[in-house]
Design a protein around this ligand. Structure first.
Ligand code: 0RA
Length: 628
C-alpha cells in the first residue's frame, strides 16, 4: 500500500466526528458484541443494496476472510472519487470519514435508503482497525487505506479496469471495540436471504473462507418466493397473493399465503429492515384484510352473513410480508423497529383494500378457503367464550380473578416483581417455600402444557394451564395484548435440567413466541438455570454444565459429585441458593435474533412437518442448546 507521511493534517480534522462513534459505538451500531459486529457487514451491504435500488448494481459478493476480515464487493457505479468542493478531498474519503455522509451524497441520488441502519460506512471505518477501499470507475482502479477512521494513505490510482465498475471494501473490526471478532456464517446467511427476497433479482453471494462454505441468494420472484419459503414446512391453502404499488417515492409491496396452521405470521419491512415491532405499514394491511374479508362475508356469507370476524380470526394461518420503501422512515418503540409514519397506514390500507378485493373477485375459490378457515376460528372462539363464561359463573368466589394456584408476591410495583413458571406441583411447592415472598410469585404448571403450535387459538385459550399463565401475567394476548398491564417484570421459566425439562421449556417458549412475542422482544422472558451437579469439598459448589464439572473436579481434586435429578429433589435452601436468589442465580434471557428464522424453527420443531423436524434435529444435534 502507498503511504504518505505528510498525509494527516486533513484527515485528523474529519476524524473528529468519528471520535464520537468510537467513544459510544453502541449508540451507532446497537452493541459491541456479536450483534454490533455483524451490523458492520449489514451497513456495507446496505450501501450496495442502495446502489442496486437505484438501478446500477446487480451483484454483491461478501466473504469472511481467513485473516478475520470481511469483504463486501459490488458491481455498482463505484463511489465517486472526484474532489469534494467543500472538503477538498475525494468524495469517497468524505463518505468514509464524515459521519452521516454515507452513500447519500445528495438526497436526490437515492430516493430510498436504509434509514435505521443508515449510519453509513464512516461508522464501519471508525470501528475498524484497518479498512481498504477499492473503486473501479471510468476505466481506472483507485485504492485507499484507513485505520480507526483516519486515512493512512491518499486515494491513489493503481491500474485500469476496462469498462468494469464497482466498489470493494475490506475491513478488520477493531479489537479495541468489539468483545468478539468472529463472524457467524449463519447470522449473515439469514439476513442475506432476507435481503435477496426483498430485492427481487438482486444476487448476493456469501462465502466463508474459514469454513469453506458458500451460498448464492437470488430470488427473481421476490416476496412471492419469500412467503413460500416461510411456508415451506406448512401445508398451504393457495398460491401466493401478490401486489405492488408505487406512488411518488413510496413503494408498497405485499405477498400473502395462508397455510393450514393456526398461527399468524406477518413480517413487516421498511427499506428492507425487519420491523419486529410492526407499525403503521403492518396495521394498515391488517385493517384492510379484516375489512375485505368481513365485507365478503356480509355479501356472500349466506347463513353466516351475520358473523363478524375479529382481526385474529381473519389472520388465523396467515403468512404475509408487508414491505414498504419510503423516503423518510420514522422509527419508534423499544428497539426502534416500529414504523411510526402515520401517512403510511392509510396508504397501505387503501392499496391493500383495492388489491385484495380485486384478487378475491377473480379468485373465488381462494377467498372461500380463507373465509372457511376464519369462520371456523370465529366459531371456536365464540364457543370457547361461552364455555369460559359458564366456568366463570361457577367460580364467582375466586378472588380478584387470579388463578387459585398462583402464589403471588406482595410487591405492588411490577418493576420489582417476577414470576416463576414452575414445572410440576412438587417443584412448585419447593419454589414456594424457597422464594422471596415480596418479589417472587410462583405459578406451578401441570407437567407438559399444550403444544400451541398444533392447536387453534380457541383450544389453546381453553387450556387451564395456559389461561392461568395469561391471567397471572396480566397483559392478555393477540389484539388485546397490552404491555402496560404486565404484572411482573421478569417471567422466568423453571424446569428440570433434563430432556423432559427442555421439552417443557420448548413448549412454554412456543406459547410465548406465538401468543405474547412482545414480551420476548421487550426482554421480559427468561429461563432459569438449575444446576446439574453438586460438588462437595468443605462447602457445596453448584455446577451447571458437563464441561464445568470436569474443571471443578480437577480444581478441587474430588469426585464427591451428586447429580440432581430434578428441581423437586432439591431442598428449598438449595433451590434458593442455586436457582432463585437474584444475587447468585443464572438466568438465560430469551431473545429473537431473527424473527423469520425463529418462526421456521418453531414450526419445524413443534408443528406437523416430521421429515423437516428430523432433518433439523440431525443438522443441529451438536448445538442442542436452542438459541433463538
Ligand atoms: C453516490 C453516487 C454514486 C455512487 C454511489 C454513491 C455509490 C455508493 C456506494 C457504496 C457502496 N457501493 C456503492 N456504489 C455506489 C455515483 C454517481 C454517478 O456515477 O453519477
Amino acid at each position: 500500500m502507498v503511504t504518505n507521511k505528510d498525509y494527516g493534517a486533513g484527515s485528523i480534522k474529519v476524524l473528529e466526528g468519528l471520535e464520537g462513534v468510537r467513544r459510544r459505538p453502541a449508540m451507532y451500531i446497537g452493541s459491541t458484541s456479536k450483534e454490533g459486529l455483524h451490523h458492520l457487514v449489514y451497513e456495507l451491504l446496505d450501501n450496495s443494496v442502495d446502489e442496486a435500488l437505484a438501478g446500477y448494481c446487480s451483484k454483491i459478493y461478501v466473504s469472511i476472510n481467513a485473516d478475520g476480515s470481511v469483504t463486501v464487493k459490488d458491481n455498482g457505479r463505484g463511489i465517486p472519487v472526484d474532489i469534494h468542493a467543500q472538503f477538498k478531498i475525494p468524495a469517497v474519503q468524505v463518505a468514509l470519514t464524515k459521519l452521516h455522509a454515507g452513500g447519500k451524497f445528495d438526497k436526490d441520488s437515492y430516493a430510498i435508503s436504509g434509514g435505521l441502519h443508515g449510519v453509513g460506512m464512516s461508522c464501519v471505518n471508525a470501528l475498524s482497525s484497518k479498512l481498504l477501499v477499492e473503486i473501479k470507475r471510468a476505466g481506472k482502479v483507485y485504492k485507499q487505506e484507513y485505520s480507526r477512521g483516519a486515512a493512512m494513505t491518499k486515494l491513489v490510482q493503481s491500474g485500469t479496469c476496462g469498462d468494469e465498475t464497482g466498489t470493494t471494501m475490506t475491513f478488520w473490526p477493531d479489537e479495541q471495540i468489539f468483545s468478539t471478532l468472529i463472524f457467524d456464517y449463519k447470522i449473515l446467511e439469514s439476513r442475506f436471504r432476507e435481503v435477496a427476497f426483498l430485492n427481487a433479482g438482486l444476487e448476493i453471494n456469501l462465502e466463508d473462507k474459514i469454513q469453506g462454505k458458500k451460498e448464492k441468494f437470488l430470488a427473481p420472484g421476490g416476496l412471492m418466493e419469500f412467503v413460500k419459503w416461510i411456508n415451506k414446512s406448512k401445508e398451504v391453502l393457495h398460491k401466493p397473493i401478490y401486489f405492488k404499488k408505487q406512488e411518488g417515492t413510496t413503494v408498497v409491496e405485499v405477498a400473502v399465503q395462508y397455510n393450514n396452521s393456526y398461527r399468524e405470521n406477518i413480517f413487516g419491512f421498511v427499506n428492507t429492515i425487519n420491523t419486529i415491532e410492526g407499525g403503521t405499514h403492518v396495521s394498515g394491511f391488517k385493517t384492510a384484510l379484516t375489512r375485505v374479508i368481513n365485507d365478503y362475508i356480509k355479501k356472500k356469507g349466506g347463513a353466516n352473513n351475520k358473523i363478524v370476524l375479529t382481526g385474529d380470526d381473519a389472520r388465523e394461518g396467515i403468512s404475509a410480508i408487508v414491505s414498504v420503501k419510503i423516503a423518510e422512515p420514522q422509527f419508534e418503540g423499544q428497539t426502534k423497529t416500529k414504523l411510526g409514519n402515520s401517512e403510511v397506514k392509510g396508504f397501505v390500507d387503501s392499496i391493500a383494500t383495492v388489491a385484495l378485493g380485486e384478487f378475491f373477485e377473480e379468485n373465488p375459490s381462494v377467498i372461500k378457503k380463507i373465509v372457511d378457515k376464519a369462520m371456523a376460528s370465529a366459531k371456536a372462539r365464540l364457543a370457547a367464550k361461552k364455555a369460559r363464561e359458564l366456568v366463570r359463573r361457577k367460580n364467582v368466589f375466586s378472588l380478584g380473578g387470579l388463578p387459585g394456584k398462583l402464589a403471588d408476591c406482595s410487591a405492588k410495583k411490577k418493576e420489582e416483581s417476577e414470576i416463576y413458571l414452575v414445572e410440576g406441583d412438587s417443584a412448585g411447592g419447593s419454589a414456594r417455600q424457597a422464594r422471596n415472598k415480596e418479589m417472587q410469585a410462583i405459578l406451578p404448571l401441570k407437567g407438559k402444557i399444550l403444544n400451541v403450535e398444533k392447536a387453534n387459538a380457541a383450544r389453546a385459550l381453553s387450556s387451564e394451564e395456559i389461561t392461568n399463565m395469561i391471567t397471572a401475567i396480566g397483559t392478555g394476548v393477540g389484539e388485546q395484548f397490552d404491555i402496560d398491564k404486565l404484572r411482573y417484570n421478569k417471567i422466568i421459566l423453571m424446569a428440570d435440567a433434563d430432556v423432559d425439562g427442555e421439552h417443557i421449556t420448548a413448549l412454554l417458549l412456543t406459547f410465548f413466541f406465538r401468543f405474547m412475542p412482545q414480551l420476548i422482544e421487550n426482554g421480559n422472558v427468561f429461563a432459569a438455570m438449575p444446576p446439574l451437579y453438586r460438588v462437595r469439598k468443605k462447602k457445596d459448589h453448584y455446577v451447571y454444565s458437563e464441561k464445568e464439572l470436569k474443571k471443578v473436579c480437577e480444581k478441587l481434586n474430588t469426585t464427591n459429585v451428586t447429580r440432581f435429578k430434578g428441581l423437586g429433589e432439591m431442598s428449598s435452601t438449595q433451590l434458593w441458593d442455586t436457582t432463585m436468589n437474584p444475587k447468585t442465580r443464572k438466568l438465560k434471557k430469551i431473545y429473537i435474533e431473527d424473527a423469520v428464522e425463529a418462526d421456521q424453527v418453531f414450526s419445524m420443531l413443534m408443528g406437523d412437518d416430521v421429515q423437516g423436524r428430523k432433518t433439523f434435529i440431525t443438522e443441529n444435534a451438536l448445538n442442542a442448546n436452542l438459541d433463538i
